[in-house]
Design a protein around this ligand. Sequence first.
Ligand code: SF4
Length: 411
Amino acid sequence: MKLSNNLEKPHVQGHISSQYSETRQALVERKTVNKYELTDFLLRSNLEDLMCLSAQLRNASNPRFISYSRKVFINLINLCKDTCSYCTYKKEPDDRYAVMLTPSQVLALAEAGKRLGCTEALIVTGERPETKYQHVRSWLANLGYKNLSELIADISEQILKKTGLLPHTNAGSLVKTEMANLKSTNVSLGMMLESTSNRLNAAGAAHEKAPSKIPKIRIKSLISAGELNFPITTGLLIGIGETFEEVLDSLITIDEINKKYGHIQEVIMQNFLPKIGTAMAYSLSPTFTYFLRCVASARIILKNINIQVPPNLSPNIYSKYIDAGINDWGGISPVTPDFVNPECPWPTIKELKKATYDSGFILRARLPLYPSYIIDPLLKNRFIHPRLKGYIEPLVDNYGLVKEDYIKDEY
Ligand code: SF4
């Protein structure tokens, strides 16, 4: 059975088989379900049933809070060796919007974030721009660094020491040695898997010109982070030409890696939005029902992983995502825009707080490291570098969330 990504109508089953009921019950009881039964269950379920189950599973482990991370988005360098067919973040060196920040500019941003109650310094770069552009190599040499990862490590150190903001770097598919160099300064990493579909790297597809998006390269990075006990956020971009079966395969792959290493703290379910000036400018966004189906499936498959949908990509329909089982809204900044989706402003915290409350939950700020890694002594010792504990502990309460009196002004 092959499903397209335009599931306007729920995929209603003809009758509820005993196998279907058994699988559902096993999921409710958090028992292991093999991937074939799980996939079959998710393909057969209608959307209403899926959302009912996903919300039930979220509520069983977290009946109270939906979190977000108050961050400053540090757009360190937006040049990139790859070209994804949907991306407007990447710029060429001669583009007036090309950005290459100096360490002092980064620190000024981090300090502004600190003043406004941020706890996360999200450091974002394109994929290995120094391998493509002499311009970038010269910039790094002038600053005194051999490569981009050396610059990120040093900048992370300065942010941590001078502001106490906790660095979380998303620099694409880092290799193990690069990650190891960030372990003492970054509380977690970020890297979107996007999809496990190799079809998306074929001619004419979304990742044709993005070799770093070959699934096995991204999977290797996820595994490397696991081998280093480095908490990591990953995610899927939904609606870029994949099928629903491929979404399920991507989620099951993430789950299998996490079962082995326990380090995948969060999966972002991001809906594709076509952008002017890109090769996919005239592609359609995923339908809302298809995206909700993907979000609910993520909650069901990834039992122990936090599920996020970025609220700025779907304004005014927040309650539907809560109904689909999410427990996080991701990073929101009072200082900087979403440089990856600059056309989509962040909601205000007040707005998000009200929408979350109206759905029966309390909005709370978290660190760029999820609470379970902070409050569980075993996880804490395994996943947090010893020197980072002194930065993390003063910021959190007994839930591992940001102390409520840390943020003075809500906006
Ligand atoms: S999405 Fe990331 S890897 Fe792809 S072109 Fe943009 S910056 Fe580069």
